[in-house]
Design a protein. Structure first.
Length: 223
């Protein structure tokens, strides 16, 4: 880590940039059940870098254990605060159709922000997100159950929408001009110098998936 910090600091100096240690964070990524990490204080320009278990990067909470509990907690908490707007607007006399539009504009985008990056979470976290939409529809259609409210409002469940959003994203990545196009390939090509009867010096093989974590990855799950 010290070497990486020095290289980063040198890069900033070479490009006439100033590194702000107070805005830098140190996070050890470890997915072991019983992690045993010997940490050392990381110092940049005489300032000790804060060590954290989770960090928000471009609006997405990354956890040191590569789980999405912190991200889901952050988004549900923020979305629940905006449910108050629905209650106020309902009391002000807005129609149900207008309240649904408010929900789709102000609340649902929070629950789906960059969801393609963090869609591989367990069912209990999916249920936690879904409960926010249930509460919103309960405010708009009091007395209606969730399934009935979805039909009336012509909304989909958040779970179904996540699947559609991820599939659309993967279809976009299949375009060879996309920077991340290589992630959609399920095969690999090895080039060798042997003269085969076929004259083909490229060996094509299928990527093997050995772990559940990999199977749940976006490019494999929605290919």
């Amino acid at each position: 880590m010290d070497l990486v910090a020095r290289e980063t600091q040198q890069y900033c100096m070479d490009h006439k940039m100033k590194l702000n240690p107070k805005k830098c964070k140190e996070m050890f990524v470890n997915i072991m059940t019983n992690p045993n990490i010997l940490s050392r204080d990381l110092v940049v320009n005489g300032t000790q870098i804060e060590s954290v278990d989770a960090y928000k990067l471009l609006g997405v909470m990354l956890g040191s254990n590569l789980k999405w509990n912190t991200q889901v907690d952050d988004k549900t908490k923020k979305a629940c605060k905006r449910l108050y707007a629905l209650r106020v607007l309902k009391k002000a006399g807005l129609q149900e159709r207008e309240l649904v539009l408010v929900y789709k504009s102000m609340i649902r985008p929070i629950l789906e922000y960059a969801v393609e990056a963090w869609s591989d979470f367990p069912e209990y976290l999916s249920d936690k997100l879904e409960r926010v939409q249930k509460r919103a529809l309960w405010i708009i259609y009091p007395g209606s159950d969730y399934g009935e409210a979805l039909k009336i409002s012509k909304l989909e469940s958040l779970k179904d929408r996540r699947v559609d959003l991820c599939k659309k994203y993967i279809n976009k990545l299949k375009d060879p001009s996309r920077t991340l196009h290589h992630l959609t390939k399920t095969y690999y090509t090895n080039t060798h110098g042997y003269n085969l009867r076929s004259g083909n010096q490229n060996q094509i093989g299928v990527r093997k998936i050995r772990t559940d974590r990999c199977k749940k990855f976006l490019t494999y799950r929605y290919k």
